[in-house]
Design a protein around this ligand. Structure first.
Ligand SMILES: [Zn+2]
Ligand SMILES: [Zn+2]
Length: 410
């Protein structure tokens, strides 16, 4: 017992003389009410914890930790290897080997829990929650075991992806050194952490404020080929992202009633100067045709100006033509945007609208060029909706995923 004075306190309300949970013999409750209040999340680990053999510790460098697997709704109790390391300075600290479970292909970061905001109580020791630093952009899937926890309370939550680990260290302070076993009391603090982190009780129809916004990244050739990313990728965009202060827009998206903000992304250092980028031969790895078509100008009064990069009718501005790189897109109203919405927008611009813009330029001679006003009249919600269903139909036939809300509904 790390904290003998707290040993008979109720996990939920902190009253003394609390009794142990019959099954896991780890959490204490002062009353049925406190036990029932904790049950929805407690039951996710109680049985597993009770069958975990605490006397099976393989070495004294192994500590009881909790794994939140990405693809299983049940958290697991594990022995986590926590090696003693020298910090070269004034001592030693224990370093848990999280890479073996979370993957060695990314940085692993920790969040610290020393206070429970739901119970409004300081903890006596520190809990760490580890995650893959790149989980939002490296193709990690949503974490099912964390989702099972957040499913116990309706609301919007942070989009945790990839497997995660929780482990403990003795004491508080900035940098506790020694690891410790986690128990079911700690599990309560961890579930409260997931239930409060980025939580917003507003229903999906209301606009989220101060949280991440669901946007889409249009990946350039380099990101697609070198990092195996999809062309259109769901990303979370922080409400403090520069896109909300400095951005471009799409004329066409604006005209069809789905105004968006766009910005270019800096190149990914993992391949930017990579020898392998030679495999692109004549194509630039920064090529991003979808983003280029999304920015076609349909302003009949626009005039070519090389100084500002403004291009005229049927052309994308210069910064969206060559070496574009990957791009981020969000809705101007900050409502969620899905990859299929952006794919439909880009392809609508490319296959439906670009030929019309070109027709007005006389590219279909000897046909008399369409009047620009007639072209503009065709860039509208009905023609986009028709294209939307055409695209869904094509994808359906190809066996592709077509699950996305109706673009005008969200
Ligand atoms: Zn209680
Ligand atoms: Zn229990």
């Amino acid at each position: 017992m790390m904290n003998p004075t707290a040993s008979d306190l109720c996990t939920v309300c902190n009253k003394s003389n609390a009794r142990l949970c019959n099954r896991c013999k780890s959490t204490r409750y002062c009353s049925k009410a406190c036990q029932q209040g904790d049950w929805l999340t407690h039951k996710l680990l109680c049985a597993t914890f009770s069958t975990f053999n605490a006397s099976s510790r393989p070495t004294n460098e192994r500590f009881r930790a909790i794994l939140f697997p990405v693809d299983d709704k049940n958290p697991k109790v594990i022995w986590l290897h926590c090696k003693w390391c020298d910090d070269g300075d004034d001592g030693r600290y224990q370093h848990p080997d999280r890479g073996a479970l979370l993957g060695h292909d990314t940085l692993i970061k920790d969040m610290t829990i020393q206070y429970n905001p739901v119970l409004k109580r300081n903890l006596s020791d520190t809990i760490y929650v580890s995650y893959r630093d790149t989980f939002l952009v490296d193709g990690s899937k949503p974490n099912k075991s964390v989702a099972a926890i957040t499913a116990t309370k309706p609301g919007q939550y942070h989009d945790w992806r990839g497997s995660m680990i929780a482990y403990g260290k003795v004491g508080l302070g900035i940098d506790p050194t020694a690891c410790k076993d986690l128990d079911m009391n700690d599990f309560r603090h961890i579930t409260d952490f997931f239930l409060s982190y980025g939580y917003t009780p507003t229903p999906a129809t209301q606009q989220p404020t101060g949280i991440n916004i669901k946007g889409v990244r249009i990946n350039c050739l380099g990101d697609r080929k070198m990092l195996s990313k999809p062309s259109f990728e769901a990303v979370e965009v922080s409400s403090t992202d520069p896109i909300f202060s400095k951005h471009d827009t799409s004329d066409i998206a604006e005209r069809i009633g789905l105004p968006i903000l766009t910005r270019r992304c800096p190149p990914d250092p993992r391949w930017e100067n990579n020898e392998d980028s030679k495999m692109f031969q004549n194509e630039s790895p920064f090529n991003n045709q979808d983003a280029t078509f999304l920015h076609l100008c349909c302003d009949p009064t626009a005039e070519l100006d090389f100084h500002t990069g403004t291009m005229d009718w049927a052309w994308a501005p210069q910064q969206w033509q060559n070496s574009v790189g990957s791009a981020i897109v969000v809705r101007q109203d900050k409502k969620p945007l899905s990859p299929l919405h952006v794919e439909a927008l880009c392809k609508y611009c490319r296959y439906e609208i670009r030929p019309l813009l070109a027709h007005a330029m006389g590219e279909y001679a000897p046909e008399e060029p369409m009047r620009k006003a007639d072209v503009l009249a065709m860039i509208c919600r009905p023609t986009f909706v028709i294209y939307w269903y055409k695209l869904l139909d094509e994808k359906c036939k190809g066996g592709e995923d077509t699950s996305a809300p109706y673009p005008y509904d969200v």
